[in-house]
Design a protein around this ligand. Structure first.
Ligand SMILES: Nc1nc2c(ncn2[C@@H]2O[C@H](COP(=O)(O)OP(=O)(O)O)[C@@H](O)[C@H]2O)c(=O)[nH]1
Ligand SMILES: [Mg+2]
Length: 258
């Protein structure tokens, strides 16, 4: 594995949460790595975060980290996508943190649109959106209906102003992440919603980027179980006191702290 301890801190850290992804991990990481080299104008690390995969993900991840410059592999022993994102973001020394699903369902050309508002200081969190005007989405009717229904519920019950809580394509200013993540409890799929609702309540700025999304039908999600845990999460958020920006102690936008 690459020794990144002595490497200079990158500007951007792109986290790839993975669970049993032996089939696509190598191809996706190489695709993203080549894309970053060709199109991303600031220093970037790719961090693969694996929770307890039971296939060859661990071996492939370690091989990729050894073979490719700026790629690292982290292994956690407990499952949970939220747990993986929190661990990777909290440990990162980068200024801007991102994550994306390893199936690269979101077209990579949206990456700059995600990062630029954060760098420019106009946004604290940027999120890919499949439900914003301009998005181009190919997915099953079942997933479309569940996604729209869930986001409408969030709007009605939690008064959310963003359109798509669950798109696996997000970025956040590192300082904001450090302030807000200790207040985000979910370790699984509700993590994204909890992060955004907490951020909105604290008055942070959430910027939505319409994305081109092509669903990869190979999924780790058990839809019924996720719907139930999401609804439980919504109820918990209804009972959670909002935290204020003052409590978070988030100050200057990135532009000013550079
Ligand atoms: N680290 C980690 N990643 C996970 C876990 N569960 C799912 N993922 C990853 O989350 C991403 C999205 O999962 P996917 O199955 O494509 O979800 P879908 O697109 O909503 O069907 C993929 O990169 C998965 O490998 C988990 O328990 N831990
Ligand atoms: Mg997927």
């Amino acid at each position: 594995m690459n020794d990144t301890r002595t490497a200079p801190a990158p500007f951007l850290d792109i986290v790839l949460p993975v669970y049993n992804e032996e089939r696509i991990l190598d191809h996706s990481v190489r695709t993203l790595h080549a894309y970053v080299k060709a199109h991303v104008p600031f220093s970037t690390r790719i961090t693969i975060v694996d929770n307890a995969s039971r296939d060859a993900t661990r071996m492939i991840g370690a091989e990729l980290a050894a073979a490719l410059d700026g790629v690292r592999y982290v292994h956690l022993s407990e499952k949970g996508r939220g747990r993986a994102l929190r661990a990777a973001w909290m440990a990162s020394d980068a200024r801007v943190l991102a994550y994306m699903d390893v199936d690269l369902s979101t077209r990579l050309d949206s990456l700059t649109a995600l990062i630029v508002p954060i760098i420019a200081g106009g946004s604290d969190i940027s999120i890919g959106s499949r439900l914003a005007p301009g998005a181009l989405v190919t997915r099953s009717l079942r997933r479309e209906v569940i996604s729209r229904g869930y986001n409408l519920l969030l709007r009605a019950v939690l008064r959310t102003r963003f359109r798509d809580a669950q798109c696996g394509f997000k970025a956040i200013r590192a300082e904001v992440a450090r302030g807000i993540l200790p207040n985000v409890r979910d370790e699984g799929w509700f993590f994204d919603t909890e992060l955004l609702v907490t951020a909105q309540r604290a008055g942070l700025r959430i910027y939505e980027v319409p994305v081109e999304w092509i669903e990869d039908t190979d999924s780790r999600v058990s839809i019924l179980r996720t719907v139930v845990t999401d609804l439980r999460g919504v109820l918990r958020m209804l009972r959670t006191e909002p935290i204020t920006n003052a409590t978070l102690q988030i100050h200057a936008p990135l532009r000013e702290i550079q």
